[in-house]
Design a protein. Structure first.
Length: 327
């Protein structure tokens, strides 16, 4: 009996990663190529180059049932059209799914990375065994995904699950999306770095500034994490504040969705892991759900390969339907 595989593709502003993924979520033959985003054709060529590298490394007898692509939004997951990604200006109203499908004669699914990562975690990762999953990836931004009964919740037009842009302080800093006080503007990596710079500029001492060579504008959240590991008091204060923002936000998420599990991944999530107990202890003060502490808060299974696994999971979700469509 031949084994079924999927190709998962993660498209970013500077690179394209792809990998061969089996039906249990194991990744084989990962490849990464630079993203040439100068125009639509060169961007597509980067995607096919990554796919070709994976196919070349795979066993010729492997049965590849589909290709799933995590692409930058906004996009339409129903049509596979990338609408207007800020980091890929050549892809305005770009029919990515159709073009890749024509090139390889395979069914292709396209979705954003937050949705896809949540699906991969639900099928194969930290959410395996749970029906309803909420997943957040906290790094440069905060991407989220909602999975009900192993299917992504897209909303009416495919734009649902933008949990990173939920406001928790309407007087807070302006987010890149234009809103005030989004959780992304308060708890993402750049937000932590900004708060560190502000506190040091206001007179608080910290080893963070030494790491940045004395330049406030060079401070990063990674520096805050290293300083915390070394016992720096300001770094601890910053991460405790971030954990508090995260607690308030999760209280809203639980009240709205009441998922079976909350999964968090990304670089900032790793820094917050020592505060998970504190977050869970405080959650009842920010949630009307009296059973909120029964919901596990866990780290994601997939790390930097979340996009590859997520792309493959998009195919795994409806592989039988897609195969029927392309007969």
């Amino acid at each position: 009996m031949k084994k079924e595989y999927f190709i998962g593709v993660d498209v970013g502003g500077t690179k394209v990663a792809a990998g061969l993924v089996n039906a249990t979520g194991r990744i084989f033959h990962a490849a990464r190529v630079p993203m040439a985003a100068s125009n639509a054709a060169s961007g597509l060529a980067s995607v096919t180059s990554a796919i070709d590298a994976v196919r070349a490394a795979a066993d010729p007898k492997a049965v590849i049932s589909g290709i799933g692509i995590c692409a930058p939004g906004p996009l339409d997951p129903q049509t596979g059209i990338v609408v207007n990604p800020p980091n890929l200006p050549g892809w305005r109203d770009f029919p990515l799914a159709d073009l890749v499908s024509q090139a390889y004669r395979l069914p292709v699914r396209v979705d954003n990375d937050g949705n896809a990562a949540a699906l991969a975690e639900s099928l194969w990762g930290a959410g395996r065994g749970y029906r309803n999953v909420f997943c957040a990836t906290i790094g440069t931004g905060i991407g989220t995904g909602i999975v009900f009964d192993h299917r992504i919740y897209h909303g009416r037009t495919g734009a649902a699950a933008e949990g990173g842009h939920m406001t928790i302080d309407y007087r807070g800093p302006r987010c890149a999306c234009g809103k005030l006080g989004c959780i992304e503007a308060l708890a993402s990596g750049p937000a932590i770095a900004r708060r560190a710079s502000e506190k040091i500029a206001a007179g608080q001492s910290s080893t963070i500034l030494k790491q940045a060579g004395g330049h406030l504008d060079r401070i990063t959240s990674e520096m805050v994490g290293r300083a915390y590991a070394e016992g720096d008091l300001l770094a601890k204060e910053l991460l405790q504040e971030t954990a508090m923002f995260f607690t308030v936000w999760l209280g809203n998420i639980v009240d709205l969705l009441e998922p079976d599990v909350i999964i968090v991944g990304g670089g900032v999530a790793s820094m917050l892991q020592p505060f998970f107990g504190e977050i869970c202890d405080r959650l009842p003060s920010w949630c009307v759900n009296s059973r909120c502490q029964e919901i596990p808060l866990v780290t994601a299974h997939y790390g930097t390969d979340a996009g590859i696994a997520g792309g493959a999971a998009l195919c795994r979700e409806t592989s039988s339907t897609l195969q029927e469509k392309h007969k």
